[in-house]
Ligand binder design. Sequence first.
Ligand code: HEM
Ligand code: CU
Length: 443
Amino acid sequence: PAIQGEEEAVLTYAPNVPPAITRKHATKVIVRLETNEVVKKLADDVEYTFWTFGGEVPGKFIRVREGDLVEFHLSNHPDSKMPHNIDLHAVTGPGGGATSSFTVPGHTSTFSFQALNPGLYVYHCATAPVGMHIANGMYGLILVEPVEGLPAVDREYYVMQSEFYTQGEYGAPGLQPFSMDKALSETPDYVVFNGSVGAMAEDKAITANTGETVRLYVGNGGPNLVSSFHVIGEIFDNVFTEGGTAINHNVQTTLVPAGGSAIVDMKLEVPGTFIIVDHSIFRAFNKGALGMLKVKGEENLLVYSGKQSDAVYLPEGGAIQQVGGLAPGPRIAQNTEERIHFGERIYKQNCLACHQEAGQGVENAFPPLAQSDYLNASIRKSIEAVKNGLTGKIKVNGKTYNGVMPALGLSNEDIANVLTYIYHSWGNNKSVVKPSDVAAVKK
Ligand code: HEM
Ligand code: CU
């Protein structure tokens, strides 16, 4: 079939996807993409020099139709320090376009290709050192719609996983340089969706309504890890496995290879927040690979009842458990204000799950830290509890608790910070705890 007419491609930033193609013929599609190098947020207090296609990670989403002739214009911003090129996995030809698109700063390269195979494809920079260009953020997705189109859905989103290898540990503040050693050993500090920790969570969550179908175009930029892509509390009704044509049904977790993709569709029956993760689960809860799909609408209590009762369950025995290494590397506070500030984060990561958001605890299970007479009576005993764990009967504000608090394996600095935060919160007595106080308590 002949190629008729010409149009400029609509490109979008994640999590948005360009509109579906309604044309019934092939056309010439002009794609203009710019590479540039920008300093942006990787996590709270953490910055990184990203190398990008279009100024964001992941790069802009490109959408064409099977049979289209794509005229590609790759520009490299004059402020760039590096040359860049592009390898699109949708291209049939040497280097996937890389051999024709090597572009030095302040130049534009042009080449064209015909999109022969339908599917969802990764594109990435392939300039040496290739691994470093990808590790710094140079990847995105191009969808080649089949001539017959894709099954209609209500909403579509763009989700791309990737890892970052930084000199500092996860959470270490400041502008973090790339670590070649960690990249070579494939031990990233960060695994994220859409370029940074939290890029698709809380107020940046993707959204839908009950009764709607949602399609995620999922890519994995790597550079190294394979993703076990999963949405907690949902089942994928359709998976276009590896971004190809075969459709699998009723899938819980789908593999997305480095440099590969998947298209997943799900119908949303009930409202709530559905957590999107790489089910290699430490990546989700400790390295950032966590997004959210927030669904609004009517409850369907037949499909999901919600909690029907909560009765106290007290098994016998129980011993102090060791939970190591939950905290990011210690941050050294210079004054009380910093102690409180750093301590808040440690509280949220290590204590909130049991002692709750406002330190109110949970009845018959976890004692309160808010206006706790136990806490306010003795700094030493509080340090002991956090440093060594706590078990056996204790009385807090007139109520007896007989539970188990694990020793969390925090550093002296972190314990001092978290306790100082607690003492300065929720009506407590504003004591300041120093690392030396923590060191003085026996392990
Ligand atoms: C008791 C602090 C994490 C479960 C206590 C107490 C303190 C404390 C000061 C003494 C009682 C009171 O004042 O209310 C902390 C801090 C934490 C932390 C600073 C984080 C660094 C946790 C976690 C759990 C937990 C994660 C649950 C897995 C308990 C329990 C007790 C307790 C069950 C009572 C122990 C007993 O009955 O002997 N905690 N806690 N705590 N905590 Fe935590
Ligand atoms: Cu590059």
